[in-house]
Write a protein that binds this ligand. Structure first.
Ligand code: DAH
Length: 338
């Protein structure tokens, strides 16, 4: 009897299973009504009384070993199944790779072009006060841009609004930095406009600012000429038209030769051969003074452009709303290296 139990114990220990059916067959073999353990316990009657204690303990040990074995085998099968359910994060993705948003591509291009000639990137808050968005930029108190129809005010406080342009960042930079200053400020701006193919209430601008001794309009022209050629190609021509902004004097708007028809005339350039891409000018001495910069010692130029407009020209996109709809068929068409 002792030997028999010993052999059975070894058999049990050596048993292994790789399916739940095998474990069930094992259980039936040993623990069912007609199983080995039942027969063994029935034979117990024949054991001599002196051996009963020892044999009894061995039999209980065997029964426990069988039950433990069943539990361990089940647990290990479950954990294998679980690990097969978990995704393997090291596998390459089967879904298509994401692409950068066209506005991000163009913003990065612009940053790259200006950083090559020493411009840093600066940022400012999207919620601004009247001083930084308007007053410091020489906007008269009754300027229409301050109107409720253009500006989103925060909780009816006429002093706090969503910035209407990134020119507010040049004020902050000038307040906090000793010239020379050479910086661009990309960011989101907000205007209370009806949404259409040509206008949106949220869009993006890049502001540029250069303040130092002896900065001239020639520096402004040359910098923007370089920029236009870098972004739209070597053959690009530029022209400056006089314009007006409260914060620059003199002010201009810059056109580039139409990048679609090369200047011959098409419906994008309305058959003029030119398309407007930005506003610019020499920083008004009043603005320098309001920002704490000595206008007798320093001069500067500034410029501002809409990223949506530039992106539409560069990629021939004819509806501004496409930028905000996140349609994968649209976004998928843009690939970039930066
Ligand atoms: N802030 C102007 C706008 O939102 C753009 C602009 C024009 C910025 C001329 C400038 C500038 O810095 O010199 O329309």
């Amino acid at each position: 009897m002792k030997d028999k139990i010993g052999k059975l114990l070894e058999e049990v220990k050596a048993f292994n299973a790789d399916s739940i059916d095998q474990i069930e067959a094992f259980r039936i073999k040993y623990l069912s009504k007609k199983g080995i353990i039942t027969t063994l316990f029935a034979d117990f009657k024949t054991v001599a009384p002196a051996d009963r204690k020892e044999i009894g303990q061995l039999m209980n040990g065997l029964k426990n070993a069988i039950q433990d074995k069943i539990i361990t085998l089940k647990e290990s099968l479950e954990s294998v199944a679980e690990s097969q359910d978990k995704p393997d994060l090291t596998l390459p993705s089967s879904s298509p790779l994401g692409t950068r948003h066209p506005l991000s591509i163009v913003r990065n291009d612009i940053i790259d072009i200006f950083s090559r000639i020493g411009f840093t990137v600066s940022e400012g808050p999207e919620i601004e006060d009247d001083f930084h968005n308007f007053s410091a930029l020489n906007f008269p108190a009754d300027h229409p841009a301050r109107d409720m129809q253009d500006t989103f005010f925060i909780e009816k406080d006429p002093d706090i609004a969503l910035r209407t342009h990134t020119s507010s960042v040049q004020v902050r930079v000038m307040q906090n930095t000793e010239p020379p200053i050479r910086t661009i400020s990309p960011g989101r701006v907000f205007r209370n406009e009806a949404i259409s193919a040509r206008a949106h209430c949220i869009f993006h601008q890049v502001e540029g600012l250069y303040v130092d001794t002896d900065v001239s309009f020639a520096d402004l022209k040359q910098t923007l000429y370089y920029f236009a050629k870098e972004l739209f190609g070597e053959k690009t021509e530029t022209r400056f038209r006089p314009s007006y902004f409260p914060f620059t004097e003199p002010s201009a708007e810059m056109d580039i030769s139409c990048n679609i028809c090369g200047g011959k005339g098409c419906n994008i350039c309305k058959y003029t051969g030119w398309v407007e891409i930005l506003g610019c000018g020499m920083v008004d001495p009043n603005v320098l003074e309001l920002c704490g910069i000595d206008s007798k010692k320093y001069t500067g130029f500034a410029f501002g452009m809409g990223i949506e407009r530039i992106t539409m020209l560069k990629y021939q996109i004819n509806d501004l709303r496409l930028f905000f709809e996140n349609d994968i068929r649209f976004l998928d068409q843009f690939k970039s290296t930066i």
